[in-house]
Design a protein around this ligand. Structure first.
Ligand SMILES: NC(=O)c1ccc[n+]([C@@H]2O[C@H](COP(=O)([O-])OP(=O)(O)OC[C@H]3O[C@@H](n4cnc5c(N)ncnc54)[C@H](OP(=O)(O)O)[C@@H]3O)[C@@H](O)[C@H]2O)c1
Length: 248
């Protein structure tokens, strides 16, 4: 059956594949026929993800991408890729008066420096095929909507989008595409770790016209569109997924 969204025959690297959105992207990509390479630090959780993938030539490579040496080792171990999804990320609610150089470094290393350096080394080592698609999991938070104590996270995601657009222009000649998916709140474990009461959550949900948070697989479906040949003419753009949050 003709399916322009198919990922059959494509090899895709997914960072942050040991949990949440990255895990869902890995699972749904395998459902669409991709061979998936999972990366993250937690080997047990990478193995859990691996066990959830549909049959294919999948593997995991553990890596701490906050460290450039680890990124270089990871890139050296990779085959040629048709796609790369940067989903690894950390949250970091910090009021301005509590910001320190260490806190800035901590969040920037994972959310910003890692995807930039991983992209650089993938290109340098010619690991991205002609026609490859690179997807960054950015955010609606800080990009379309500002909230208190979220300056550091906002800086990383705005920076990531700026990098994405520049990379799209710079690598267009090699037919390599770069895009972002920018979700508002998605129900993942990371969300459970944010200290909010049920009442606060209810009030927050009221701001969403569709009256619910997003699901990890809904981020995966947008990512699959960007990884697939269905989006072959799409580069340098952001897909906002927010249940209508930013309409008003
Ligand atoms: N959940 C949301 O509401 C939401 C909304 C918008 C955007 N996002 C973005 O979506 C992405 C995924 O979020 P999530 O909710 O799925 O979070 P999550 O469940 O906490 O997953 C984060 C992933 O990042 C990996 N990671 C963190 N530090 C790493 C490091 N130093 N080296 C390698 N891997 C590292 C973790 O793997 P290990 O622990 O195995 O290293 C984990 O797989 C993030 O970029 C986040 O900013 C999330």
């Amino acid at each position: 059956m003709h399916n322009p969204f198919s990922l059959i025959g494509k090899t895709i690297l997914v960072t942050g594949a040991s949990s949440g959105i990255g895990r869902s992207i890995a699972i749904e990509s395998s459902n669409m026929g991709a061979n998936v390479i999972l990366t993250g630090r937690n080997i047990e959780r990478l193995q859990e993800t691996l066990a959830l993938l549909k049959q294919g030539q999948h593997q995991y490579i553990a890596s701490d991408i906050s460290n450039e040496e680890d990124i270089i080792t990871l890139v050296n171990l990779l085959p040629e890729l048709d796609g790369c999804v940067h989903s690894a990320g950390v949250l970091g609610l910090t009021p301005i008066q509590a910001i320190t150089k260490e806190k800035i470094d901590e969040i920037e290393r994972v959310n910003l420096h890692a995807p930039i350096l991983l992209t650089k080394h993938l290109i340098k080592k010619k690991k991205l095929t002609k026609g490859a698609s690179v997807v960054f999991i950015s955010s609606a938070a800080g990009v379309y909507r500002v909230s208190t104590a979220n300056a550091l996270y906002a800086i990383t995601k705005n920076g990531l989008d700026a990098f994405m657009r520049t990379a799209a222009l710079e690598l267009a000649g090699k037919q390599i595409r770069f895009n972002s998916v920018n979700p508002a709140i998605i129900e993942t474990e990371a969300l459970c770790n944010i200290p909010i009461t049920e009442e606060q959550k209810k009030a927050n949900l009221e701001q969403y016209p569709l009256k619910r948070y997003g699901k990890p697989e809904e981020v995966a479906y947008a990512t699959i569109y960007l990884l697939s040949d269905a989006s072959a003419w799409t580069t340098g753009t952001e897909i906002k997924l927010d249940g209508g949050l930013t309409l008003s």
